[in-house]
Design a protein around this ligand. Structure first.
Ligand code: TXA
Ligand code: MG
Length: 349
């Protein structure tokens, strides 16, 4: 038996016993549990310190398992699964009858995706072959494997640092290739309604439009006062994905000025992508690649490094306001809102 097969078997046994297993996906590491087992799902909320009314994404081995979890699945959903699964796309659909509400945060909708990482797929397939957990539903609930509101982990060591011993096993797949969380598309309003992107990610509205023939709406405002189902996306809270150190998003020229003339006793760490800041007078300067997919791949590990640098303030260079950078801009804005403590106001630099 290959060592990988032995560790997957061990992971499946833990999931079947209602324990937590962290695993890599192509986006970020997930904290997994049998999605049909309310006690196991409860352990996820406890380990993350996440409020129990925040719904989780259920990970499936293939789109053939969608019917176990969702009902009234519109044609556009199948078109999107065909085009993008396995991959960094989560669909919000109407929850099938019999799906425990623990995993949906009490909502009538459910988030579902098939991840594209080989270790994640090996785990999900082996879990299904071993019976698929309670009720044979074959879904693994997995939020990002970080404490609530904090930076998502993109390496196994980040998961250990975030969650310590509360997770029994961490499957180590190295650095996650995409590096930011999946695009979330709400299709729960059924056929004929315009899909809505609730969280931007590597799969863009334009790519979605090429598949379904129209641009999705973007943003997470409630759709109408009479809407029957209004999904909530805590990932869309202003304060999220945040370092502990206060963080500000600024143009490069402003960062150069601040880093060179620090306020009395205040040290800065800098995250940038343009050449001009490479030599900024800061405690630490991390320059990331200037193209969005390579930038995303390194972003969260770099933010962690800057957070641990001992600096009093993290200065992040604004990213271009183009469609290709919009998911990164979204995460940086939320990180800046949440840095230094969720909801806390940032000091002026
Ligand atoms: O890339 C990802 O999506 C990663 C990996 C591990 O798959 N997962 C992830 O999970 O980012 P989490 O829980 O950290 O973020 C999932 C987001 C949350 O903001 C949650 O509110 C939203 O998805 N969500 C889940 N189910 C939902 C539902 N039924 N309606 C609306 N939003 C939902
Ligand atoms: Mg998360």
């Amino acid at each position: 038996m290959r060592p990988e097969a032995a560790v997957i078997d061990h992971a499946v046994a833990l999931l079947q016993a209602g324990e937590l297993v962290a695993f890599p996906t192509e986006t970020v590491y997930g904290l997994g549990a049998d999605a049909a087992n309310p006690a196991a799902v409860g352990r996820i909320f406890a380990a993350k310190g996440r409020p129990a009314d925040h719904p989780l994404i259920v990970h499936l081995p293939a789109d053939g398992y969608l019917d176990n979890w969702a009902t009234d699945i519109p044609r556009q959903a199948w078109e999107l699964t065909e085009a993008f699964w396995p991959g960094p796309l989560t669909l919000i659909l109407r929850r099938a009858r019999g799906v425990p509400t623990a995993v949906t945060g009490g909502q009538e909708t459910i988030g579902l995706r098939v991840p594209a990482h080989p270790l994640a797929l090996a785990l999900l397939r082996a879990f299904a072959e071993a019976g698929g957990g309670l009720g044979g539903l074959c879904g693994v609930a997995a939020p990002s494997a970080n404490r609530f509101g904090r930076i998502s982990p993109t390496e196994a060591a980040h998961v250990r640092a975030e969650l310590g011993d509360s997770v029994r096993l961490i499957l180590d797949g190295g650095r996650c290739p995409v590096g930011i969380e999946s695009t979330i598309v709400d299709l729960s309003r059924g056929a004929g309604e315009v899909p809505r992107v609730l969280r931007p990610g590597a799969i863009t509205p334009e790519q979605i439009a090429t598949v379904i023939g129209r641009l999705p709406e973007v943003g997470c405002q409630p759709r109408s006062a009479t809407a029957e189902v209004v999904p909530r996306v805590p990932g869309a809270l202003a304060a999220h994905y945040a370092p502990v150190t206060p963080m500000r998003l600024l143009p490069a020229t402003e960062i150069a000025r601040l880093a060179d003339t620090p306020a009395a006793g205040r040290s800065c760490a800098v995250l940038c992508h343009s050449q001009m800041l490479a030599g900024a007078a800061a405690l630490l300067v991390r320059r990331l690649p200037a193209d969005p997919s390579h930038y995303a791949h390194e972003l969260y590990a770099a933010l962690r490094q800057l957070d641990h640098s001992g600096a009093d303030l993290i200065l992040v260079e604004d990213v271009p306001s183009t469609a290709a950078w919009s998911a990164i801009a979204d995460r940086l804005q939320r990180a800046a809102s949440g840095a230094g403590g969720i909801g806390k106001c940032l000091p002026e630099a």
